[in-house]
Ligand binder design. Structure first.
Ligand code: FAD
Length: 342
């Protein structure tokens, strides 16, 4: 009789829950520890760029995306003025994390995984433990702010991307006619708002988006959905020797790519067969861990390098001037850039 060792997953976000779903398909015993509880809103553009149906099928989670919106057209703006329009190579899904994470949690429970909510585990390096706890908390120069709008806001294209002097922001419809408004800004401690929605308007106002602030002031904002997150750095996350990490815990790609959630799902997809092998005693933990890490590095190297190079340009006023001038003449190779960050 073959022995199946259990896997413990720390973090029940996209990476952790998708991994749990994939492992349960091979009947590996899984426990997920999640510091928070479901459902909950998360700072995220909720726009899935570059995600293949094959990944969802391999993880067995396609049904969790039912009802997602599909988007093709993108319009870029600079401080309210239209810059350029393009179409995505293939339609991208958009679905709120409020709905998606809850569905994934229900799904993996149905498959027999144990999901323990309000359970924050300390870092540990035990065999069979996968770290999927998201960003590594540290001093960083960014703040992410998001809220849902439930009415009174019309979009000019499926996805509106707005560049300002202190960051950028995207707006796209998710499910049920809700519009997700989410931005990444340079952290400015002088900006305050007693609620995340007010904070978002402060950052937008400061970034020179007067017309956008006006549009949002007249829109119906779901206050419950407003949230903000600071204390992170983009790029490869600090390596903890001996720890197997997936998703944002391994690499945090710049949000303009809309590819972070896809990476979380792809890293789970990549890890499943190797963890199943370990669970069945076919490989040692050290080999399993180093193979996953090497494959993740190989898979994400190019998109991480390109996004880390482009992100600072999008938030620097001088670089933005040049980007604006080129974009207005149709000289920014948006499609090629998109291919490089997915
Ligand atoms: C401003 C902004 C906009 C973004 N927009 C997009 C976008 O449009 N499209 C896109 O694809 N990506 C976007 N992203 C990135 C995307 O949100 C992440 O890449 C994705 O959430 C990563 O999933 P994850 O499961 O690795 O981490 P998370 O979703 O962060 O999940 C980690 C989970 O671990 C839990 N946890 C943390 N510590 C512990 C602990 N010690 N014990 C137990 N549990 C713990 C947390 O509560 C959390 O639920 C954006 C990010 C930002 C900052």
């Amino acid at each position: 009789m073959s022995v199946t060792s259990p896997i413990t997953i720390v973090g029940g976000g996209l990476a952790g829950l998708a991994l749990a779903a994939g492992l349960r398909r091979s009947l590996v015993p899984v426990t997920v520890h999640e510091a928070g509880s479901y459902p909950r809103h998360r700072v995220c553009g909720e726009f899935l760029s570059g995600l293949r149906q094959e990944t969802l099928n391999n993880l067995g989670i396609a049904s969790c995306f039912d009802g997602a919106a599909y988007h093709s057209s993108v319009r870029w703006f600079q401080k309210g003025a239209g810059l350029s329009d393009h179409r995505l190579p293939e339609p991208a899904m958009a679905l709120s994390r409020y709905r998606l994470d809850r569905r994934l949690c229900e799904h993996v429970r149905e498959l027999g995984a144990v999901v323990v909510e309000k359970s924050r585990l300390p870092r540990r390096l035990e065999e069979g433990t996968v770290w999927a706890a998201g960003r590594v908390p540290r001093k960083g120069e960014w703040i992410g702010v998001k809220c849902h709008v439930t009415g009174g806001l019309e979009l000019d294209s499926d996805l509106e991307m707005h560049l300002g002097t202190n960051g950028y922001m995207g707006m796209a419809e998710v499910e049920d006619g809700r519009i997700n408004v989410c931005g990444l800004f340079r952290l400015d401690r002088s900006l305050r708002g007693n609620k995340a929605g007010a904070l978002l308007l402060s950052y937008l106002g400061c970034g020179g988006h007067a017309s956008l602030v006006e549009r949002l002031r007249h829109a119906a904002v779901d206050e419950e959905s407003c949230c903000a997150m600071a204390g992170f750095a983009l790029g490869w996350q600090r390596e903890t020797p001996g720890q197997l990490a997936i998703g944002d815990a391994e690499a945090m790609i710049a949000p303009f790519t809309g590819n972070g959630m896809t990476m979380a799902l792809q890293s789970a997809e990549l890890a499943v067969p190797l963890l199943v092998d370990w669970s069945r005693g076919h490989v040692t933990w050290e080999n399993c861990q180093s193979e996953i890490r090497e494959k993740l590095r190989g898979m994400f190297r190019r998109r991480m390098a390109v996004s880390c190079a482009v992100n600072p340009l999008l938030v620097r006023p001088v670089a933005q001037k040049w980007i604006g001038a080129f974009a207005r003449r149709g000289l920014v190779p948006v499609r090629s850039l998109l291919e490089l960050v997915r």
